[in-house]
Ligand binder design. Sequence first.
Ligand code: SAM
Length: 275
Amino acid sequence: MTLGEVLRRATRHLERTSETARLDAELLLAHALDRSRIELYTDLDRPLNDDELSCYRELVARRSRCEPVAYILGEWGFRRLTLDVDRRALIPRPETEIVVERCLERLRGLDEPRVLDVGTGTGAIALAIADEHAGARVTGIDASQEALALARDNAARTGIAVELIEHDLRGGLPGGPYDLVVSNPPYVAPAELSTLMPDVREYEPHVALVGEGVTEAVAAAARDVLRPGGWLVLEVGEGQASRVTARLDDLGYVEIRAYPDLTGRERVVEGRREP
Ligand SMILES: C[S@@+](CC[C@H](N)C(=O)[O-])C[C@H]1O[C@@H](n2cnc3c(N)ncnc32)[C@H](O)[C@@H]1O
């Protein structure tokens, strides 16, 4: 079978369980052959040998059981970085890249800003900020030892220096004063867990997904560690922006604003500790 035929068959097979079947089929084939996706297209008539075919079949079988492509590949792109990803932490999402964008905007012009990333997971937000704002001194905390171990792997992989601390935000936030506190906290209500896609529900850590009142707890605790005039930037779930905006107002934050993701949904809320 040629690459082209294999791709067509895998796509048809994956269409039963995935909305991105063709893309999945291409990413997995590129991984199996250790090529880029673009290179596949220059080689569509080449036949696969038996080893390549059996390796690819195994990857497609995993995807057809709803395992996320990112976990199968073992790495995933986030802004300028390629990070290790596995079941110890949430896969970084495109909307979280917008969270980083807002942070960089608020840090602009500051020489050596201090930043705290609450619930760092893979370390995506912490590492991207340190990567893109020269001189930023970034601390990432997480209550999950497994996630922190992965974040440490990613700091080593990227060669970016960040401080990583095991810490549960329910005991308040460590250190400070910070110029900016950022968080993508768990915000799926327990009752909503069953409505999530199996890719998410059955593979990603529930401690990274499910939480009630965690966003509000971060916002309340951040007031104690932000310097006057420092910024809080939060990723929020779909439909949660107005609730979180109101809560930030109650907590005394000023200049509160919500920002849309690439699909127009308000997924980032920011506010400022009164200067
Ligand atoms: C939605 S994930 C975000 C991961 C990463 N920051 C990202 O944006 O891809 C939430 C993270 O918060 C962590 N977390 C959950 N409860 C926590 C708590 N009480 N204290 C500290 N971290 C917590 C989870 O372990 C998880 O890594």
